[in-house]
Write a protein that binds this ligand. Structure first.
Ligand SMILES: *Cc1c(COP(=O)(O)O)cnc(C)c1O
Length: 371
């Protein structure tokens, strides 16, 4: 049996056809027609007015922070259990990331801890939906309303997911997505900002394109970036978006099968299948070793690698990142739930191209290694 990678995308729809169109017409830059097509179709799908395609999900967060004019000294509340991109976008802007711990079952930010972190300097809440289930949005929206805070919604792992029937990525001033190959739909590298606000959409477009000005092109009032998405990437995206519903069904089936195969293995906590507001879309299938298991995730991951099975550790907490600690951030911070799952959690092969045969093999190997 060959190595089972932690992720492999499925590219057997119209991807090749649309890429050929790019080559045949010569439209390969960000000026090509697939970019706007992807922006419009993706925004419509999520129920937003404007879509701004960018080169990845991390810079989408940079643009969101800049578009909302979050800057020096502004505090932004976010989960400690997330990818570095979230806190990095704030720190780079001179803002102060303020973290909350996560829930031990959904692994999402514990929304009950947000209010006590709000100060007169708090400007926004950065919501991040983790691994398959959305954050409980209603309490967050209520707090944003009560204290006049902006919301950035990082929906990078939530393509096709809904919260109480409303699409993830439709909340807050700006939402962001990633199209990295391990996400539900991919453009190779890529990302998207969504908003309903015309002014913010305009700002995001400008920031993505070096803040060139329509009249005096090379005279700049503000610093932007080159974050443009190419027509080649967007061509992939349009083909992938055609299959989003099918992919969500596929991932849910995969999650269901893994759960059936793993449910009776002692020592591991499986991902929550559903909450009262959503059914998981299993961006990745995460596992957390229970306290009775005498080793950490790293050790089981090494043993699975020897059996040719790819895994990834869970996120490492923002408040424990050496890079931030060296800056003097997060001193004395403690988030016991996130600290524990960062050490005890990992995810098994979860890509769109994974077969049931591979999943069976992953499950039986895991069962053997945990004996
Ligand atoms: C993947 C991901 C990102 C970053 O996206 P890239 O396209 O890899 O830069 C940001 N936030 C979350 C929650 C993600 O999962």
């Amino acid at each position: 049996m060959n190595f089972i990678p932690v992720n492999e995308p499925l590219l057997d729809g119209n991807e090749k056809k649309y890429l050929n169109e790019c080559i045949d017409t010569g439209w390969i830059s960000s000026e090509g027609p697939f970019v706007q097509q992807l922006e419009q179709q993706f925004a419509t799908r999520v129920g937003r007015k404007y879509g701004i395609a960018v080169s990845n999900g991390s810079v989408a967060l940079d643009a969101a922070v800049a578009a909302l004019k979050i800057s020096l000294g502004d505090e932004v509340i976010l989960p400690t259990f997330t990818i570095i991109s979230c806190a990095a976008s704030l720190v780079r802007a001179g803002a102060v990331p303020v973290v909350v711990d996560c829930d031990r079952n959904t692994w999402n930010m514990d929304v009950g801890q947000i209010e006590e972190k709000i100060t007169p300097r708090t400007k926004a809440i950065m919501v991040v939906h983790i691994y398959g289930l959305p954050v409980d949005m209603e309490p967050v929206l209520a707090l944003a309303d009560k204290y006049g805070l902006q919301i950035i919604e990082d929906a990078a792992e939530m393509h096709g997911q809904t919260y109480k029937g409303r699409p993830c990525g439709s909340f807050g001033e700006i939402s962001t997505f990633s199209f990295y190959p391990n996400k539900h739909i991919t453009t190779g590298e890529g990302g998207m900002l969504l908003t309903d606000d015309e002014y913010l959409a305009q700002r995001c477009r400008s920031l993505r394109n070096l803040c060139f000005q329509p009249q005096k092109r090379f005279v700049h009032e503000e610093l932007g970036w080159n974050m443009r998405m190419s027509n080649l990437q967007a061509a992939l995206g349009v083909a992938q978006l055609e299959r989003l519903d099918e992919f969500v069904v596929r991932k849910r089936r995969m999650g269901q099968l893994y759960t059936e195969l793993l449910v009776d293995i002692p020592g591991i906590q499986l991902p929550l299948q559903q909450t009262e507001y959503a059914q998981s879309i299993y961006w990745v299938y995460g596992l957390v070793l229970k306290d009775e298991v005498p080793f950490d995730a790293l050790s089981i991951m090494q043993r699975l690698a020897q059996q040719k099975i790819g895994t990834r550790p869970f996120f490492w907490c923002m408040h424990e990142q050496p890079v931030f600690r060296k800056m003097g951030l997060f001193e004395g911070e403690s988030c016991p739930v996130a600290e524990r799952i960062a050490r005890r959690g990992f995810y098994i092969p979860s890509g769109m191209a994974l077969t049931s045969e591979q999943m069976n093999l992953v499950a039986s190997t895991l069962r053997e290694e945990l004996k």
